[in-house]
Design a protein. Structure first.
Length: 351
């Protein structure tokens, strides 16, 4: 019988909840800290790939998430006028409401998980306070855990903002994106009909915060004013429930683990949304780290996790920025060739 080790998880989003759900309560005590719990279930629709769905199956919640999701195996890319550039098949994707993913993970938490609301400014001091053997930084792209363990790794602010919301009306058959200079617009299927998102280049990175919704919406309306008229009709329906964020990136990291600390999800590899891999990789990180903890314990798990996940997620982080630049290039004549040269089965970007 192994003595129970104590894992402190900083961050109660998808990565943190998935890890807490995946750890055997007979082997590990878990303390889960989240500064703003009300944010965990916010958001619209996320793309889940087969790997993440398989991990959710292992956690016993795959069927629940599938029941709330819309499966899809094809997508379309259009130019600014609405003309089809590429229509192709993709690997199986599930478009799942973020609140439902979070609710499913919440339902899978063992009753012994200790949870409290608190701003964490010094992860190692908190670990000493609660007697934790390992700190897991699941605290997002602005991660205090990352910046504490690896100084000089503040999030990278881009000059892009993204707006998201729900669109009433019939559900589209598959995801569609409009690509053009200085912007990208997407509509994806969702259980409530459809979800829309758009990325707009502002020309300047004004800190880490996004502009107010009214200002962001005016910028988007101007940017897409001479694009496909459908996009103007979508933006005209936007109310106060839309979400606006600046696209922040995690800096490149040589390591995702240090002595007594490991980073997962956006804390390790926060990326542009164009590959639709953020939630997927957060779940994969959590389940992989849980497996390494069960196999190697709190002392050996960080190094084992780094070997299995770090290179893959850093490549995806870099590729997401390339995808954003490709989608918003002025050389749209080359886009079709670029997509068709992609690896077989590559999905179109999703927000």
């Amino acid at each position: 019988m192994h003595p129970r080790e104590h894992v402190l998880i900083v961050g109660g989003g998808i990565a943190g909840l998935a890890l807490a759900a995946a750890l055997d309560p007979g082997r590990f005590r878990v303390t889960l800290v989240e500064e703003r719990p009300e944010r965990a279930g916010a958001g619209t629709v996320l793309a889940l790939w087969r790997g993440a769905m398989a991990d959710l199956d292992r956690l016993g919640m795959g069927e629940r998430v599938r029941a709330a999701s819309v499966p899809c195996d094809h997508g379309t890319i259009r130019d600014t006028s609405g003309q089809v550039l590429v229509r192709h098949r993709t690997p199986q994707l599930w478009f799942a409401p973020r609140p439902e993913i979070v609710a499913a993970l919440e339902s899978a938490l063992p009753p012994g998980v200790t949870r409290f609301t608190r701003e964490v400014t010094d992860p190692r001091a908190l670990a000493a306070e609660v007697g934790a053997d390992l700190v897991v930084g699941a605290d997002g792209v602005r991660s205090v855990c990352r910046q504490s363990a690896f100084p000089g790794t503040a999030p990278v602010a881009t000059d892009w903002i993204v707006l998201r919301g729900h669109l009433p009306g019939p559900r589209p058959e598959g995801p569609t994106e409009w690509w053009g200079p200085g912007g990208l617009f997407g509509i994806t299927p969702g259980p409530r009909g459809a979800a829309w998102f758009c990325a707009v280049g502002t020309g300047r990175a004004d800190g880490l915060q996004a502009p107010p919704l009214e200002e962001a919406l005016a910028l988007a309306t101007g940017r897409f004013g001479d694009w496909d008229p459908l996009l103007q009709r979508v933006l005209a329906q936007v109310g106060g429930e839309a979400d606006v964020q600046r696209i922040l990136l995690a800096p490149p990291l040589r390591r995702s683990a240090a002595d007594g600390l490991v980073l997962v999800g956006d804390a390790a590899h926060g990326m542009a949304p164009n590959l639709g891999r953020g939630a997927n990789e957060a779940i994969r990180d959590a389940v992989t780290l849980a497996r390494m903890l069960h196999r190697h314990g709190a002392k050996g798990a960080p190094r084992a996790f780094h070997r299995r996940r770090h290179a893959t997620t850093q490549v995806l982080r870099a590729a997401s920025s390339v995808a954003l630049r490709t989608a918003t290039t002025t050389r749209l004549a080359r886009v079709r060739d670029h997509v068709l040269r992609a690896a077989p089965g590559q999905a179109p970007p999703t927000g």
